[in-house]
Design a protein around this ligand. Sequence first.
Ligand SMILES: Nc1ncnc2c1ncn2[C@@H]1O[C@H](COP(=O)(O)OP(=O)(O)OP(=O)(O)O)[C@@H](O)[C@H]1O
Ligand SMILES: [Mg+2]
Length: 275
Amino acid sequence: MKKTILETREVVKIYESGNLVVKAVDGVSISVAAGEFVGLVGPSGSGKTTMLAMLAGLLNPSEGQLIIDGQRINQMNDVQRTRFRREKIGFTFQANNLVPYLTALENVELMLRLNKKNGRQGRKKARQLLARLGLEDRLNNLPSQLSGGQQQRVAIARALIHEPSVVLADEPTASLDTERANQVVGIFADLIHEQNKAGIMVTHDLRMCKFVDKVIQMVDGKVARVITDRATIDQLAGSSQFDAVSESLTQNPSQHQPLLIPHVPKWTAVAVGAD
Ligand SMILES: Nc1ncnc2c1ncn2[C@@H]1O[C@H](COP(=O)(O)OP(=O)(O)OP(=O)(O)O)[C@@H](O)[C@H]1O
Ligand SMILES: [Mg+2]
């Protein structure tokens, strides 16, 4: 058995704005082991981004425990949590949040600098990682000089460069074409496996599940199912058995393509609401 790196126990998140109360996450208990890559799927509004923001230490849960590397992150003070996040967590969110006046390479090196790992070795590693993601000839471009997909890949490199224990990615393939999405998620999966990270990727594109070891499906803030069986995951990633495997994901009548769940990004709302 691989060591559990990330664990949540009965996590609840309630958003209150005015007299509107939304239970975005409702009693979620999950675990992710070292070297395990998890796909977090579910309809729009089911609580995936909220879950990720709590795991990243960006949002406090209303109830429950979040444990990473044996430490309860929701019981840390702000200083402890900021430091923990910087060292142990890598993340890319629906908006990639690159620093606009730093080049691709500098954006990645920034994570190394924050963690005091920006020596010669670190810089070489940053170049190598960007090259592995197909960006060797874009190292010195500013984000505004990169396509959406290239920016997304820089964000992925930045999430991985400091070798965090946990890597969280919210829709990392949203702005990539199919071929590039396959490449990027494939590399992402390889790095998680090679470096024994715990990885969670939120995705609306079920085809990306072919790269993951476990699928967690959320519906209405709850875990509807957890799939660890390889054959069932592969079924889910292929179009033919979609209905049979996950009927609750197919109930949206506006869904034209069987593999893609309609998607309205809500990241901005979550960022504003972060405590
Ligand atoms: N800051 C906030 N204040 C109030 N409600 C919020 C806030 N952020 C999210 N919500 C609500 O919480 C629920 C879960 O939102 P969340 O963004 O986690 O869903 P999601 O599964 O990531 O959806 P998507 O697939 O569209 O990104 C939704 O009903 C959403 O409207
Ligand atoms: Mg989301």
